[in-house]
Design a protein around this ligand. Sequence first.
Ligand code: C5P
Length: 395
Amino acid sequence: MIVGGSMAAVKAPSVLRRLRERGAQVQVIATAAALEFITELSLATAAGGRVATEATWFAARPDAQHLTLARADAAVVVGASADLLARAAGGHAGDLAAATLLSVAGPVLWVPAMNERMWHHPAVQANAAALRGWGHTFLGPEVGAFGTLGEGRGLGRMAEPEDIAAATLALLPPAPAVRAQDLAGWRVVVSAGPTREYLDPVRFISNPSSGKMGYAVAEEARDRGADVTLVSGPVQLPPPAGVRTVPIESALELRDAVLDAARGADLVVMTAAVADYRAAEQAQEKQAKVAGDVTVHLTPNPDILAELGREKAGRLLVGFAMETHAGIERAAAKAARKNADFILLNYPTREGTGFGGDDNEVTLVRPDGTSEAWPRTSKREVARRLLDEARQLRD
Ligand code: C5P
């Protein structure tokens, strides 16, 4: 909460109390002008903590206070004055409130309080319009008695504390729901990332799989109570907490690790981009450069998904497939051939999805040829739907 230099600053403690009663953690910034209207002590008492001011900003401290404060989920400016609106709209950073507003990550709610003629001045309206254009929202000013200097009734009165608190809370992201532990007791195995098929000690064949899809499946399954083993090729992602991560490089290593973990598993999800071929003979020494072309003799890797499908032992089996054409028919045939319960089909060609991206656009394809196109969404959401589908097949 930023408190501005206005008569309405005296209402800030009342807003603060309401926000804190409803569980919000509030940090208060008081502008120099605000402290002419209300004491730092009143604000600190209502906030239950220290108030950030010009003095704390310029005190020797290890962090840039405006950046620390700007990590808030939302900002509300109570008693917003014409001057503070102008500083924010002008991109000023010469005081703590303005600097924080320049870097705040969450949404911003302005609750202006000023004389009616000031509010209607084109300069103030232009500033408010600029801020609205950047996605900031406004509450008020309202019609009513304002100030104590005898201005009487008119537009310019700040909104009521209850309404300010409600509008502020409405900006906050929903509290993380307690995840249903609907996979408690499940053992889930996920493969992720690329494999590396070494030709010699320093050269390998691989692909650009980021591992993000598989890691999302592993994390989602973990959060729903499953016991998760993640068999991962080399990726740039940290091993997820609370998940047994088995690092591998080659398809043969992946095979051993997955088959081992799959014993007694309820669900195996193969998101790994397994190389189809490996060097028929891996050279033990680095191969020297020769003049002219070279030929590398490749031999097929075992198909791990198909191998698991041959002896399912009650496990659910899910694969991924990347196709550039005739996707659904090919994926259905693949699901049938490999005895997978379903395959999620994606397209390497769609912008921002598939390899490396944070989003994915997939079509669920069953071995009987039926399919369901899911809308483009985050990989985590794809993981959620994948596990919903698996759970339904189990029930
Ligand atoms: O046949 P294709 O490679 O398109 O099949 C993709 C699916 O099969 C993926 O789920 C992948 O992890 C899995 N796969 C496998 N072993 C291979 C190749 C692919 O398990 N050697």
